[in-house]
Design a protein around this ligand. Structure first.
Ligand code: C2O
Ligand code: CU
Ligand code: CU
Length: 465
C-alpha cells in the first residue's frame, strides 16, 4: 500500500497541470511600479459617499514599443483603489462601456447579494446601474473584478481588476506603515503570456485548466521597481492571476511579517520566509528593510523570479512597528463540543480542465445548491480528492462571508491562516473545515477561484434567508 501511495503521488506530480511557471526576465529596462490612484468620490455627504466606476476598453504599452488592447476601470487597464471606511454608506454608480456584459463584484466585501456583483448582477453594454451598500467589516485589503458567467476569465486577463481598501479606527491607531504609495504599497500580482508582437490575447493562450503566463506583471507594470526610504514597508498583495499559485519571498531569504489575511488583521505579526497565495487570496506583509544595505536593490520574488525590485535609498524609521506587537483580537473559535453540534455542509471539489464540478454538478444560475439561515453558523467541509488522472490545488472562495479555517486534514492551520478568510487554498487530498457565519442575505456564489474552472462550472450557489 505504501508503494501504491508513493506511485500515486509520483503520478500526481507528473500529471499536475500547474507546475510553478518559470517567469521570464523581460529584456527591457525596469519601470517605476504603477501605483493605482485612490478613487475620489463624486459626492460626499457626511457618512455617505458616491463613486463612479466605468468598465472600458483601452490600450496599454506593457512591453516597450508594443501597444496592446486592454480593459480597465476608469482607465485603460486595472482600476483605481476604492478606499472605504467601516460604517460608510456607499453608492456605486457603475457603467459598462465594453461591448459585452460584465458585472462589478466586490470580492471579500460582506454585502447583500443584490449589491455583490455576482453572475446575477449583469450590467449590459452601454448600461448604467447603481448599487448601494454599507461597509460593515474591519479594515482589510479586498479587490473587485468582473463575474459575468463566460466573460469573467477573459475580462480579468485583459485587465479588469482593482483594489478595495477598507479602513477602520482600530487599524488606523496601530503603528503600521500607512502612507499610501510610499511605505504602504499595493501589489496586484498577475501573470500574462504575450504574443510575439507584444499583445495580450486571451483567446490565443487560454487554457481550460487555468490561464497562466510567463511574464509577471505587478499593478500592470512589467519589471517594476520602487525606491524606498523606510525601515518598515507594508505590501498589500493580491494574487490577481487567473490560475497561478504564487510563492512570495524576499531576496536574501530574509523573513517578513504577515499582518493581515483576506478579511483583515491577524492577532499578531507572523514571521514567514515564504507566503503562498492562490488565486483570489490576499495578504498584507511588513518587511524590515534594515535587513538590507542602503544603496542595495532588494527583490520581492514570486516562485523564485523577481516580481518587484526595491531600491533602498534609506531605512529611516517612520513608524514604530514591532514584530511582537498585538494587532487585533479575533473572537476565539467555539469550543469543540459547540463545534460538534454545528450543522455541516459537504463540498467536494472535483476534476480538472473542462471536466470540473462541485458535488458532481456544474453551475446553474437556476439552481440553489445549499440553503442557509441568516444569523446562524455552520461548518463547511471542503474536500479535494485526487484521482488516477491526478489532482490539483483549487482555491475555494465564498461570497457574502468572511470565514475561519478550523482545520486542514484535522490539524490546526498555521498562524497566518487563523484570521479571517474568504478564499482558501485546498491541496489535493486535503479536507479543510471552515466555520461560516451567515451575516448577509441573498443568493451567493461559492466557487473555485481558478477563473477557467469557475467558467467551466466549478461554482455553486447558497441562499441565506
Ligand atoms: Cu473573486 Cu466569485 O470571486
Ligand atoms: Cu468573490
Ligand atoms: Cu479549480
Amino acid at each position: 500500500q505504501g508503494m501504491m501511495q508513493s506511485m500515486m503521488s509520483g503520478m500526481h506530480g507528473m500529471m499536475h497541470q500547474h507546475i510553478a511557471i518559470q517567469y521570464k526576465n523581460v529584456a527591457q529596462a525596469e519601470r517605476p511600479l504603477a501605483i493605482p490612484p485612490i478613487l475620489t468620490p463624486t459626492e460626499q455627504e457626511g457618512n455617505h459617499v458616491t463613486y463612479s466606476l466605468t468598465a472600458q476598453q483601452g490600450e496599454t504599452e506593457l512591453l516597450d514599443g508594443h501597444r496592446t488592447q486592454t480593459l480597465g476601470y476608469n482607465g485603460a487597464m486595472l482600476g483605481p483603489v476604492l478606499r472605504l471606511t467601516k460604517g460608510q454608506q456607499v453608492t456605486m454608480k457603475l457603467s459598462n462601456r465594453l461591448d459585452e456584459p460584465t458585472t462589478f463584484h466586490w470580492h471579500g466585501l460582506k454585502v447583500d447579494s443584490d449589491a455583490d456583483g455576482g453572475p446575477h448582477n449583469a450590467v449590459q453594454p452601454g448600461e448604467d446601474k447603481t448599487v448601494q451598500f454599507t461597509v460593515d467589516q474591519q479594515a482589510a485589503t479586498l479587490w473587485y473584478h468582473p463575474h459575468y458567467m463566460g466573460n469573467t476569465a477573459r475580462q480579468v486577463y485583459q485587465g479588469l481588476a482593482g483594489l478595495i481598501l477598507v479602513e477602520d479606527s482600530q487599524e488606523a491607531a496601530l503603528p503600521l506603515p500607512r502612507t499610501y504609495g510610499v511605505d504602504d504599497i499595493p501589489l496586484v500580482i498577475q501573470d500574462r503570456y504575450f504574443t510575439e508582437d507584444g499583445r495580450i490575447d486571451y483567446n490565443a493562450v487560454s487554457n481550460p485548466d487555468g490561464t497562466q503566463g510567463d511574464v509577471l506583471i505587478v499593478n500592470g507594470t512589467v519589471k517594476p521597481y520602487i525606491t524606498t526610504k523606510s525601515h518598515w514597508v507594508r505590501y498589500r498583495i493580491v494574487n490577481g492571476s487567473n490560475a497561478s499559485n504564487f510563492d512570495v519571498a524576499l531576496s536574501g531569504h530574509h523573513n517578513f511579517y504577515q499582518v493581515a489575511s483576506d478579511g483583515g488583521l491577524l492577532t499578531r505579526p507572523v514571521s514567514l520566509t515564504t507566503l503562498r497565495l492562490s488565486p483570489g487570496e490576499r495578504a498584507e506583509i511588513v518587511v524590515d528593510m534594515s535587513q538590507y544595505k542602503v544603496g542595495e536593490t532588494a527583490q520581492v520574488t514570486v516562485n523564485g523570479a523577481t516580481a518587484l525590485a526595491v531600491r533602498i535609498a534609506d531605512v529611516a524609521d517612520t513608524v514604530a512597528f514591532s514584530p511582537d506587537m498585538a494587532l487585533t483580537t479575533i473572537a476565539p473559535l467555539p469550543e469543540s463540543d459547540t463545534l460538534a453540534t454545528l450543522p455541516r455542509k459537504h463540498i467536494e471539489l472535483q476534476g480538472m480542465g473542462p471536466m470540473v464540478s462541485i458535488n458532481g454538478r456544474t453551475f446553474s444560475m437556476e439552481r440553489i445548491d445549499e440553503q442557509a439561515v441568516f444569523g446562524t453558523q455552520e461548518i463547511w467541509e471542503v474536500t479535494n480528492p485526487s484521482t488516477m488522472m491526478g489532482g490539483m490545488i483549487h482555491p475555494f472562495h465564498m461570497h457574502g462571508v468572511q470565514f475561519r479555517i478550523l482545520s486542514r486534514n484535522g490539524q490546526t492551520p498555521p498562524a497566518q491562516e487563523q484570521g479571517w478568510k474568504d478564499t482558501v487554498l485546498v491541496n489535493p487530498d486535503e479536507k479543510v473545515e471552515l466555520l461560516v457565519r451567515y451575516e448577509r442575505k441573498g443568493v451567493f456564489m461559492f466557487h473555485c477561484h481558478i477563473l477557467e474552472h469557475e467558467e467551466n462550472g466549478m461554482m455553486g450557489q447558497f441562499e441565506v434567508k
